[in-house]
Design a protein around this ligand. Structure first.
Ligand code: ATP
Length: 415
């Protein structure tokens, strides 16, 4: 008798999602199809971790099922008929429905060729046993657990296990995925999986820059990415991404501090600046081109290294606030934050911190329009006066509007 998790599923899913999922199972049944929830949600349900990123798989036409469901609800529908996938988006959440598929790899690292298949085909193409479990959603079998690879045992034993010995050769992104799950869940690589991972590390060279970058970004979106990078360093995986990368204590400490710095924004660009911080410019360029980073991120990383060469100047205690501003104003924020976290000189750190917390926001109260009204002619002089005003403001020489106006009048007298 297959295990049935219907009561756990009913308790786990929020009422609204549960209702929709049950409705989807009923609709599939009306169409003579079997519908399943698969992968991460089943894993996380069994672990008691919240995850409502539902991936549904249907043995049959997912697009047709999604279209039928969209007709009867407020959901907006996006379909990819070529891939046999659809997305149903409701006001506060969405779920993906895919046609069960069979995959085969023509050569290592290539994207697989895909054909419609059975649920079994769909589960055996997956990365790790803990991600291969499915729960049936069609009414007669609602909640029935399909666990072809003993994923539940591996969850109980806290193990990350690949499904076949060529798994990392077929798709070496699984090496990075495996370390990510291992560290996120506090699991261990199963012994044979660990052995094969070490054997196949060099297969990371077969992966395109875009796919590699996607996996690195997924790592950096984890709560504690430094753990994954440390483990990747221990296993020799990190140096396969670039020989000069280090996942050491220095990096771990800076990543923790980076999260404190980025309470309201994503720490990802700052993490990247710290990851490459000990590379040379040339090594950084190799890293950027291997991972094909978008322009904005590449610029932040380049700036981090450029600014590092200015730290000795920033360590001068005599610098005025306007000097600090001039030194830093052309660098991206993340490059400055990275240098703040990495700088060894307390004075340089203090200057970087003062720029980040205060100086970058300092602006004169008067603008070009005000100066025009005061009779300053437009042109280079106006620009010079605005700059001088900004400098005076940064150095605390003027505070109020009246003080700024007085300064401008005095300058005008000397023109
Ligand atoms: P999470 O989002 O929590 O990391 P998930 O299971 O939702 O986990 P996704 O990256 O959304 O992960 O992938 C969905 C499923 O697709 C996974 O559960 C996994 O089984 C499968 N999968 C993703 N990438 C691969 C891959 N490279 N090789 C094999 N299977 C994969």
């Amino acid at each position: 008798m297959p295990e049935n998790l219907s009561s756990q599923l009913e308790e786990y899913l929020p009422q609204q999602i549960l209702k929709l999922v049950k409705g989807a199972g009923e609709k599939a049944s009306e169409l003579g199809l079997e519908l399943y929830v698969v992968g991460g949600v089943v894993r996380d349900l069994l672990l008691g971790r919240a995850n409502f990123d539902l991936d549904l798989v249907v043995e049959g036409d997912a697009v047709k099922l999604a279209q039928e469901l969209a007709k009867e609800s407020q959901a907006s529908l996006t379909v990819h008929p070529h891939f046999g996938t659809a997305k149903l988006s409701y006001t506060s959440f969405s779920f993906d429905i895919a046609t069960a598929r069979r995959e085969s790899y023509s050569c290592p690292g290539a994207l697989p060729s895909v054909k419609p298949g059975s649920l079994t085909d769909d589960l055996c193409r997956r990365d790790f046993s803990i991600n291969t479990m499915a729960l049936c959603l069609t009414p007669q079998r609602f909640g029935e657990l399909i666990d072809l690879y003993h994923g539940k045992d591996d969850l109980d034993n806290r193990l990350i296990r690949i499904l076949h010995p060529n798994s990392f050769i077929d798709d070496a992104t699984r090496i990075l995925r495996g370390l990510r799950y291992e560290q996120r869940l506090g699991f261990k690589l199963e012994a044979k999986t660990a052995e094969l991972l070490r054997r196949d590390e060099a297969m990371l060279d077969t992966i395109s820059g875009d796919r590699l970058r996607h996996e690195l970004e997924l790592i950096l979106k984890e709560d504690c990415p430094e753990r994954v990078l440390k483990r990747a360093a221990e296993l020799g995986v990190l140096t396969k991404l670039h020989p000069s990368l280090r996942g050491n204590g220095w990096l771990s400490k800076r990543f923790e501090q980076a999260r404190q710095q980025c309470k309201r924004t994503s720490p990802l660009p700052l993490y990247l600046c710290l990851l490459i911080y000990n590379l040379t410019d040339e090594e950084n360029e190799q890293f950027l081109s291997r991972f094909n980073f978008q322009k904005r991120l590449s610029q932040a990383m380049r700036h981090a290294l450029q600014l590092k060469t200015k730290l000795h100047t920033l360590a001068n205690p005599q610098l005025k606030p306007s000097d600090i501003y001039q030194l830093l104003c052309s660098y991206t924020t993340q490059a400055i934050q990275a240098n703040f976290l990495a700088a060894e000189s307390p004075i340089a750190s203090q200057h970087l911190q003062s720029y980040l917390a205060k100086l970058r926001y300092v602006k004169p109260l008067l603008n070009g329009e005000d100066l025009k009204r005061m009779g300053v002619p437009q042109g280079t002089q106006m620009g010079e006066i605005l700059n001088a005003l900004h400098e005076a403001k940064l150095n605390g020489e003027v505070r109020t509007r009246e003080e700024e106006e007085k300064l401008v009048y005095n300058w005008c007298q000397t023109l």
